[in-house]
Design a protein around this ligand. Structure first.
Ligand code: BES
Ligand code: MN
Ligand code: ZN
Length: 486
């Protein structure tokens, strides 16, 4: 997709070259500023009740006389915010992506001039709208004909809009990669596939990559990770991807993504209903790949490392059993009381491994608990951190990228539940507060650096008719990394 800023005014719209116009309108829009043909059409549509300034409302007009573009969509926004702008774009793009339009011109008739956050949202929304999963679905709808998207500058600062477009485009590419990886079924997206994808990304985007196998992981002493992987025929992979944008001596940010390519629950097996969705249990890993993709495209002056422990969680004759005690890379022992609490087991060893990078901060991302979905639903990711400054930074990044999270508590009282008579800790606590005890478990491995944990069990994918990966929280993470780079 080609994105560009078009230096023109609203009143010139009717002459514009594009074959489709997407015009965002709302309270305070003045139809008079659009020129006669567009202005009259807008006024009539409002008067006749075919359009209203309410979120999600749009109107498609074909062959409007006096306007060069064959297709015109008015999309209503409930206010000037980037979030309202995105909602209008999503509704408008749904109408335009399926038709014959090749060159789309987007313009805003909202009273406030656009900013970089608006253009960022435009590029991200176009990427999201045009993504189609087809890897295992030959009958998927054909790709959209859209090839070029222009944004009318109007009274805005063109340089700011350009910056926003570049950021949004990179995020969209990262989101698309994350969605594609996560959507691929467990028999396609294996740990070996994730490693191959990481190698491809390293090659195309000039990253360093290292993939550790079972033997390496045994030598290191990642007893928890090994315990989860031991029930599967699929060989485990531990992926290390690094982006160098600053001096070698500069402390990197480290992202750790849960890469369970299928979670059956293991011997503590899950119920059959909806178990297919556990192919998304590598959504954290996918978001790490996506963020590295976005960051490598934007080239900020920062160092970034991605760590992905990847394996399947399977039952079987060689699977780990409830009550088994294993020794983590940190030396702490763990009684595996429930083999379905496997995410924290692969993460704890990766979090200990992260120490070797002397990181500026470590953020892990995981589809970790059903309890987080109960707590926060599907809108906000769960954020856990003992570090107020880091937590605030991630909250701001989520807000700015329209990929929001919500901070949850980590009081030491919640640690109680992890006590074990046979090891330094159990891997599960009581049902109540399950997302917090999971985070408390991870916290025991993160004393040596600033750390935060994102539980994306509710935000990484959608169920129901629109079942599929969302690519979240790539926007939040990318915004966070860019913010750190200054
Ligand atoms: N991958 C699941 C978490 C999950 C469940 C994500 C449902 C999205 C929807 C994780 O490995 C898991 O099974 N967690 C258990 C933990 C429990 C055994 C303490 C859970 O949430 O039930
Ligand atoms: Mn599980
Ligand atoms: Zn899991």
């Amino acid at each position: 997709m080609d994105f560009e800023i078009q230096l023109a005014e609203l009143k010139d719209l009717r002459h514009a070259e594009a074959d489709a116009l997407l015009l965002v309108v709302g309270e305070g829009s003045s139809p008079g500023s659009l020129g006669k043909a567009l202005g009259n059409a807008l006024e009539a549509a409002l008067k006749d009740g075919d359009l209203a300034y309410k979120a999600g409302r749009c109107l498609y007009l074909h062959g409007l006389s006096g306007v060069k573009a064959q297709r015109v969509v008015f999309a209503a926004a409930a206010g000037n915010s980037a979030k309202a702008f995105r909602a209008a774009l999503v509704a408008g793009l749904a109408l335009l992506k399926v038709g014959g339009a090749r060159h789309l011109l987007v313009a805003s008739a909202l009273p406030q001039a656009l900013g970089a956050d608006h253009s960022q949202v435009l590029a991200a929304a176009v990427g999201d709208a045009l993504y189609v999963y087809r890897h295992t679905k030959p009958s998927a709808p054909p790709a959209s004909k859209l090839q070029r998207v222009s944004l009318l500058c109007g009274a805005a600062d063109p340089e700011a809009l350009r910056d926003g477009l570049l950021r949004g485009e990179a995020m969209a590419a990262g989101v698309a990669l994350a969605r594609e990886c996560a959507n691929r079924p467990g028999n396609h997206c294996t740990p070996t596939y994730l490693a191959a994808e990481a190698r491809r990304l390293a090659k195309s985007h000039d990253l360093d990559v290292e993939v550790l196998d079972r033997k390496d992981v045994e030598k290191l002493g990642m007893g928890c990770f090994l315990a989860v992987a031991q029930g599967s025929r699929q060989p485990l992979k531990f992926i290390v991807l690094s982006y160098r944008g600053a001096a070698k001596s500069a402390a990197p940010l480290v992202l750790v993504g849960k890469g369970i390519t299928f979670d059956t629950g293991g011997i503590s097996i899950k119920p059959a209903a909806d178990m297919d969705e556990m192919k998304f249990d590598m959504g954290g890993a996918a978001s790490v790949l996506g963020t590295l993709r976005a960051v490598a495209q934007l080239k900020p002056k920062i160092n970034l490392v991605g760590l992905i422990p990847a394996c399947e969680n399977m039952p079987g004759g060689s699977a780990v059993k409830p009550g088994d005690v294993v020794t983590s890379l940190s030396g702490q022992t763990v009684e595996i009381l429930n083999t379905d609490a496997e995410g924290r087991l692969i993460l704890c060893d990766a979090l200990t491994y992260a120490e070797r990078f002397k990181p500026a901060a470590v953020v892990d991302i995981a589809t970790l608990t059903g309890a987080c979905v109960v707590a926060l639903g599907h809108h906000r990711s769960g954020l856990f951190s003992p570090d107020d400054a880091l937590a605030a930074e991630l909250e701001r990044a989520g807000q700015a990228a329209l990929d929001p999270c919500w901070r949850m508590p980590l009081d030491e009282e919640y640690d109680e539940g992890l006590k074990s008579n046979f090891a330094d800790m159990g891997n599960v606590g009581p049902r109540a507060g399950g997302a917090i005890t999971a985070a408390m478990f991870l916290k025991r491995y993160t004393g040596k650096y600033a750390w935060a944990h994102l539980d994306i069990a509710g935000s990484a994918w959608k169920s129901g008719a629109a079942k599929g990966a969302t690519g979240r929280p790539v926007p939040l993470l990318t915004q966070f990394v860019l913010g750190r780079a200054g």
